[in-house]
Write a protein that binds this ligand. Structure first.
Ligand code: NDP
Ligand code: HSE
Length: 436
């Protein structure tokens, strides 16, 4: 059977990995796919570098439209990134009857509904395994491996850059900016690294997983997003003393009232496997009603780990290219007519536990005032740490871990605590998840 012809848009970090792995393992991949998979055309702005990377073996163009409009191309891989041009090219490829593979989580999380609709109308596949957790086959696991389950929750370290930053800061005492530069050099960070450090990239990935887990449309605009830029070394240290690690977690959970969809720094018990995921590694925990808790671990970014996921999609498409569209796995796991309209909960409606750090005057009665406010709000304290003030200091830190309460409740209590004359500045609040 003749090879399936692939056009590659963008031969940067992931594109070059895809080209190299596909070439290196072509025989084995063809044995799995049932036919050869061949990149025959590459579009990149830097045609000289693209020609060098592909050893002059494929046609290189600088206009991506030439690839999506080429009648000989069966599958288009979009690895340019961003929402504007990438969306345009993906929709053009679909309109031209081509299957699409993309690693672009920003695109899928924001324009996925429109893209899937267009693809369904045209009877083509859109695959995006590489968009979530790099090389970990989490889309496949959620969409196919766990298909028997009612998914209850997902919690994941799904941004390699921020996990790398938090690990290096804690272990080597390095500065935030130094580690971020290293993550950029290693090819982990997004073109705009604020997407990584402000939690946006993780929220893109979480949005996609939530849709597949719960059968809801992609709704990135409803996600609650907080990054790691406000985290302080003090909090990382206090958390350790209390037996917790701080990780940037993406959490989505089905509750009686709706779906939680949130990314924020989170305290996790340090004994949990996921708390020990370090560097650019990613890990995703999924709890299903039948299977219980499962954990998926691996490289969440980088050239060849991400290429591994891109090529898995190429193989899937190659195997299914001749199947009836209705017999293929639905884009978001659920049949398009069976999607749910379960609401995504605003963060004020989320219930979880909290770490609170407050800087207070070292005077009798201060602790009593704080605990009274919490008790009046029906918030119970799980653990507490009070630092001895340093020599000559008249102020100190109090750290509290609370039992579960609603976000609006803790916010109201914090406002009252901050209004106390003995409390200096603002109260630091970090959410806590036992994940048990
Ligand atoms: P890179 O910036 O390394 O690569 C993008 C490539 O696209 C560059 O070679 C760039 O050329 C080229 N390009 C830009 N504009 C055009 C255009 N108009 N036409 C043709 N080519 C163009 O990005 P990555 O490989 O890191 O990321 C690609 C996608 O994969 C993104 O969506 C990213 O979010 C996603 N992703 C990345 C991961 C990673 O570890 N890096 C992991 C998972 C997903 P030039 O350099 O000349 O501008
Ligand atoms: N910037 C992303 C990260 C790349 O650091 O995880 C992988 O999606």
């Amino acid at each position: 059977m003749k090879s399936i012809k692939v056009g590659l848009l963008g031969i940067g970090t992931v594109g070059s990995g895809t080209f190299n792995v596909l070439k290196r393992n072509q025989e084995e991949i063809a044995r799995r796919a049932g036919r050869g998979i061949e990149i025959t055309m590459v579009a990149d702005l830097n045609t000289e570098r693209a020609t060098e990377l592909t050893n002059g073996e494929v046609k290189v163009v600088n206009d991506a439209n030439l690839v999506v409009n080429d009648p000989d191309i069966d599958i288009v891989i979009e690895l340019i990134g961003g929402y504007g041009l990438a969306k345009d090219l993906v929709l053009k490829a679909i309109a031209n009857g081509k299957h699409v593979v993309t690693a672009n989580k920003a695109l899928i999380a924001t324009h996925g509904n429109e893209i899937f609709k267009a693809a369904q109308e045209k009877g083509v596949m859109v695959a995006f395994e590489a968009a979530v957790a790099g090389g970990i086959p989490i889309i496949k696991a959620l969409r196919e491996g766990l298909t028997a389950n009612r998914i209850q929750w997902i919690a994941g370290i799904i941004n390699g850059t921020t996990n790398f930053i938090l690990s290096e800061m804690r272990d080597k005492g390095l500065d935030f900016d130094v580690v971020l530069k290293e993550a950029q050099r290693l090819g982990y960070a997004e073109a705009d690294p604020t997407f990584d450090i402000e939690g946006v990239d993780a929220a893109h990935k979480l949005t996609i997983m939530a849709s597949i887990a719960f059968g809801i449309p992609v709704q990135f605009d409803k996600a609650h997003v907080e990054g790691i830029t406000k985290l302080q070394a003090t909090d990382i240290r206090y958390a350790e003393q209390l037996g917790y690690r701080i990780k940037l977690l993406g959490i989505t959970r089905q509750t009686a009232n709706g779906i939680e969809l949130r990314v924020h720094p989170t305290l996790i018990p340090s004994g949990r496997l996921i708390a020990n995921v370090e560097g650019a590694m990613n890990a995703v925990m999924v709890r299903g009603d039948a299977v219980g808790e499962t954990l998926y671990y691996g490289k969440g970014a980088g050239s060849e780990p991400t290429a591994s996921a891109v090529i898995a999609d190429l193989v899937d498409i190659t195997r299914l290219a001749t199947a009836d569209p209705e017999h293929r796995v639905p884009y978001l796991a659920f049949q398009p007519h069976a999607m749910a309209s379960t609401p995504v909960l605003p963060i004020q409606d989320v219930t979880t536990s909290y770490y609170l750090r407050m800087h207070v005057a070292d005077k009798p009665g201060v602790l009593a005032d704080v605990t009274r406010i919490l008790a009046d709000s029906s918030i119970s304290i799980d653990a507490m740490l009070q630092k001895e003030p340093s020599e000559g200091e008249t102020q100190t830190d109090i750290i509290m871990l609370t039992h579960q309460t609603q976000e609006r409740n803790i916010e109201a209590a914090i406002a009252k605590i901050e209004a106390l004359s003995t409390v200096v500045g603002t109260v630091m609040k970090i959410r806590l998840e036992e994940l048990g």
